[in-house]
Design a protein around this ligand. Sequence first.
Ligand code: SF4
Length: 490
Amino acid sequence: MNPTQSSDYRTAAVAGIGSERLQKSLHGLQDRFGKGAMKLWAGMEDREMRSRVKDSRMRTLEHLDIILAELAKNVRARGGQVYFAETGQDAIDYTIEVAKKNEVKRVVKGKSMTSMEINIDPALENEGIEVVETDLGEYIIQLAGDKPSHIIAPCIHLDRNQIGRLFTDKLGIDYTNDPPALTLAARKALREKLLSADMGLTGCNLACAETGHISLVSNEGNIRMATTMPRVLVALMGMERVVATLAEHREALQLLTRGAALQKLSTYVSFLGGPAAEDDPDGPQEFHLVIIDNGRCKILADPEFREVLACIRCGACLNICPVYGKIGGHAYNSPYCGPIGAVITPLLDGINKHADLCKGETLCGACREICPVENDLPRMLAALRHKLAYGSDRWNTRQHNPAEAYAFSFWRLLVTNAFLYRSFIAIGRIFQWPFVKKNKMIKKMAGLASGWTAHRDLPPIAGRTFSELWKEKYRTTRPAGPAAKIEEEK
Ligand code: SF4
């Protein structure tokens, strides 16, 4: 297995950092989209829009039960069917039931990170149903048996030469690395699948409770076909992806397409809200909206983390994050990577299980600056680390590293007690000498402290501390320092 795809965070991160090709791709991505989004926000005429959308997202979360009920009522009024799934497995079971009832043999998918979150593909395939991704990037990933490495650009880690070889191998075309030729080859292969699919399976960028629609944004046009050509359409939606009114939907959409791809509007915006009416020229005969909890209610109930549900999954935070920009998306081992993945994945799938994600980000704050809805991911990452340090019953989290927690408690005691601190420095000065090398640096420390010297040398404790030098310079007790000197001069 390619080490960048290891499920171990460190292994995948080290491999990602060592991959010249990945570094080049990530640099290009962040240079264009990260810088571009920051410029875009700075130049936006409507300076209040981001705060307005954030407020409306938070307001919606506060009344989520009522707004979801309104959405369900309006979808049903349009002839659609709505199912509330408590777990990912419930959503899978329901979708399979719909597929079996309709004798579905082939499913075409698009725009669905939620489907990856609940891992529905293997379950459908176990039922003998063929599953075909139709977003170009996802299709490439599926052909390669790979995993996505970016929310919006899933195959950013592959270059066109690799994709050319993949298409020769899987689609039987002559080798080319010409992007338009490769796109045409994919288009031809996908068109056949789309024409003969029985069921479309999509996600949901946003749902509008007022009108009973879901919306999907895309730049490829596949979504239009995947949602209108098959007999049955199932849309999987995380329960937080709803807005109350069409006016709020319009503004959230404007931020989504800007944050995701620096576009004022994506090429296609599809609104779907039920089966085709009698006089519609096309559209599904059945429309099912599956609204998925899968751990979101628990997040909603915790005021410390509720804010993360305001996310509109634009992916902008990945495009500026210095950690994602080095390690790439595979290290996050989740459909949600980058800073948003580092917060949402542990909350949905276990804080202890994903402790590396909580601890891996730098807390530099760049993600908060670029986020269209100003999500304070650094604050939430710090809160997750607090749970790892002290444990949390609410989140069923145990202390991740008790030895580390004791070490820091000891450190706190030390630095808040002058006598202990001075004694420690005096003793440390003596015991450090076996570790100090010829260049007067400590090259290697032992035990818990070994991480400090794993990648750099550490200066030893100075012969005299700052406070010793200070005292010596002014040679007085209290008041000391310049204040005392001024006193003397008076
Ligand atoms: S946290 Fe903000 S920037 Fe990141 S994906 Fe969500 S909305 Fe976009």
